[in-house]
Design a protein around this ligand. Structure first.
Ligand SMILES: [Fe+2]
Ligand SMILES: [Fe+2]
Length: 474
């Protein structure tokens, strides 16, 4: 269970670690200050029907109730320790998992934790304004749930910094509250977390694509030989699942509504579809292309000696490391990686250790493809011939082997000029953004009502009906 009697709810016996407790209590007001500044606009007094973690056991850890978001019990929840756990990969394979930071890996580990931690407040900042244009109370409650949990993920990383990294850790924890998404002087660390999330279609795409990057990074860190990081990430993953659910069903419901309207009025031309107040499938495809490509960049360079070091050192594993059947050392293994050579995309085998970013990206792509095929089913079931597709991996990339090349949506290497000619057939134009924005001018706040451009979900939250008052504005 989680101890809620303390100022900072936790299951790490915080009350017995005075130094850590003082550090975190010092950080807490700064966090709240950040939340007031950068959390959801105008939401301070709302009562939101939120899920709060009360236990870290896999079954029944959550409790639902109305909460004012600034009163949300952010805290420190780690998966229980497995005393037998060992480092399961790299050169330390077979040693007992580390309970303290190995000195030689201190700065690398700190960097990994800071980079993960930085994404958490970033997405809250990116989504700050969306509450003002929500398509329903159900959706409003969901975005707020995502936001408070991203806040808690920040707490999770800050706990590790405070507990294991002394003064530099405390400084990094402060810097996490100082950077701002999209800021020119002090931006967030990773590119996708500085992109705007201007509307709800972008939000659902973000939670489907970019929160899923979060899942894959957390899965890789959950394999870490540094046990406190592993246990922290394991619990974060239980929260992440909901974020991806919000994204997948959100996009799915938009597609469903568009298809319904197309069928009802027997229209297919995008401008006719738009005239009926729903988002045309072509625009949905362009948003998909954008979010997919910027998220692929988050995995880093295809060939990376850092990735090799993280693995060899036992700090960051592969997706489902312990379930994989190989030697977990990879000294002799190879892995296929693509690159552009003489105007063509070629694939070659490189040492598997340096290809670990690419491998994680490929695991991610597999899961993304499954989700996209579930969206496709909605279109197929409506009897519409449109096909949603994933762009080529090299399309619109800024990091790795494809950076600096102009790859078309279907994997042709183009000259810049030719690529630019097609740019807005593939990516949303400012006109497309304007159109989507025009549908989302105000908030739909009547219980049970949904904006015209999105279908209601199949069921409500925690078995409540769709017309439940998920948010009270007071
Ligand atoms: Fe997160
Ligand atoms: Fe998330």
């Amino acid at each position: 269970m989680i101890n809620y009697s303390e100022k900072i709810p936790n299951n790490v016996d915080l009350g017995r670690d005075r130094i850590l407790q003082r550090a975190l209590e010092h950080w807490q007001p700064a966090f709240l200050g950040w939340w007031y500044d950068m959390g959801p606009t105008e939401s301070r007094t709302y009562d939101v029907y939120l899920r709060t973690a009360i236990s870290v056991e896999p079954d029944g850890w959550a409790q639902f109730d109305y909460v004012k978001m600034p009163d949300y019990r952010w805290g420190i929840f780690l998966q229980p320790r497995d005393e037998q756990r060992q480092v399961s990969f790299g050169t330390h394979k077979g040693q007992p998992a580390w309970q303290e930071v190995p000195g030689e890996y201190r700065s690398t580990l700190r960097r990994i934790i800071v980079t993960q931690g930085d994404t958490e407040p970033a997405s809250v900042e990116q989504q700050k304004m969306l509450g003002l244009s929500c398509p329903s109370l159900y959706d409003l409650r969901n975005i707020f749930q995502v936001n408070v949990e991203e806040g808690r993920h920040l707490w999770a990383m800050v706990y590790l910094l405070h507990r294991y990294f002394g003064r530099d850790g405390r400084e990094e924890a402060e810097a996490l509250l100082a950077r701002r998404s999209g800021d020119t002087d002090n931006p967030r660390i990773l590119g996708a977390f500085n992109e705007p999330t201007p509307d709800w279609l972008a939000f659902y795409m973000f939670t489907f694509f970019t929160d899923r990057d979060g899942k894959f990074q957390l899965c890789a860190l959950a394999e870490s030989g540094f046990d406190p990081l592993s246990r922290t990430c394991r619990f974060m993953l239980t929260e992440e699942a909901h974020h991806m659910f919000v994204g997948e069903t959100g996009v799915g419901r938009i597609i469903q509504r568009t298809c319904e309207v197309m069928k009802e009025h027997n229209v297919e031309d995008p401008s006719d579809v738009r005239a009926l107040g729903v988002i045309d499938l072509q625009t949905i495809q362009k948003y998909l292309n954008f979010h997919y490509s910027v998220t692929l960049d988050l995995y880093g360079s295809d060939v990376s000696s850092n990735a090799a070091n993280y693995f060899t050192s036992g700090l960051k594993g592969r997706f489902r490391e312990t379930k994989l059947e190989d030697d977990h050392v990879l000294a002799d293994a190879s892995y296929p990686v693509s690159e552009v050579l003489d105007g063509k995309i070629i694939t070659k085998n490189i040492p598997a250790l340096t290809a670990l970013n690419e491998r994680l990206r490929d695991d991610y792509i597999d899961e993304i493809a499954d989700g996209v095929s579930r969206w496709q089913r909605v279109i197929d079931q409506a009897g519409i011939s449109f096909r949603l597709t994933l762009p080529h991996k090299g399309f619109h990339r800024e990091i790795g082997n494809f950076a600096g090349h102009f790859i078309s949506i279907d994997g042709q290497v183009l000259l810049e000029e030719a690529w630019k000619k097609h740019e807005f057939e593939w990516l949303p134009s400012s006109k497309d953004y304007e159109f989507v924005q025009s549908l989302m001018t105000g908030r739909v706040a009547e219980p049970g009502k949904f904006a015209n451009w999105i279908a209601p979900p199949l069921r409500g939250i925690n078995n409540n009906p769709l017309n439940f008052e998920y948010v009270r504005f007071n």
